[in-house]
Design a protein around this ligand. Sequence first.
Ligand SMILES: [Zn+2]
Length: 284
Amino acid sequence: MNRNRSKFILLRDDDANFFTSPAALEQAYGFLFQRGLPLNFSVIPLVNTAATTQSKDFGPDTYEPFLPPDVAGPDQTYSLADNQPLVNFLQKLPNKEILQHGCEHKGDRQLYEFEATAPELLRCKLALGGDILAAAFGRRPTVFVAPQDQLSTPAYAMVAEQFQVLSLGWIDRRRLPIKLWPAYFSMKLRQRNYCRDRWHDLLITQHPGCVFSPFRNTRTELARLDDYVRRHDFTVIVSHHWEFFDRHGQWRQELHDLFKHKMLELAQACTFITFSELARQLAR
Ligand SMILES: [Zn+2]
């Protein structure tokens, strides 16, 4: 990428699902919508209310915090397409990209959803999730985000066949097919945050981890983010709209103020884009 070109920011919101209200997204990102800045929504097509996380932040086997406490528990699925106000809200946003965030966001035992290895199961999940999003938004997403950014080697191979971009936290070499290891080592050598699967024309991107979270020291994280932005041509910033609310639904004003301030500062110096736009930029 041309060093003189403006740096790019990709804001990726994760976990919007059947239970998400447009009001929550508006409260978190309205200031960006007003300014016409593009966002990338990594949405869960068919959320399962038994989905759990193994995150240290919440403790093992905690129900996913994006599930309202009064619905979490039963092994039931809910299609995003059945939340028409949310679909309409997202559909009307002029600058956005819809990404496929797994299928149910529910794994099996200690494994996250796309750490599964059975080809038939993976194929089914990818197809079902894609069908739901295609029906809701009129087109099948070309960008995939695995729940918890984790996926197995077989899942990787299937995603590579079907998507143009895979957005990951960090690229785990051990989970890449061996033929991609040279591309991985080249990425490391050049200190880049992306590599390309040229067999499938797939762009694989990394991000610097969650910065805006009540579980982090946000001020320390902001310094780390600034350094990351300085060192890379583009930065994927992952945020979760639900983290701006506490367990009781109370708004975390201080966290959001830090988020808003940093986003507006970055918008002065960088260009906010979608993942599809990034793929086009890197292909030039
Ligand atoms: Zn997620």
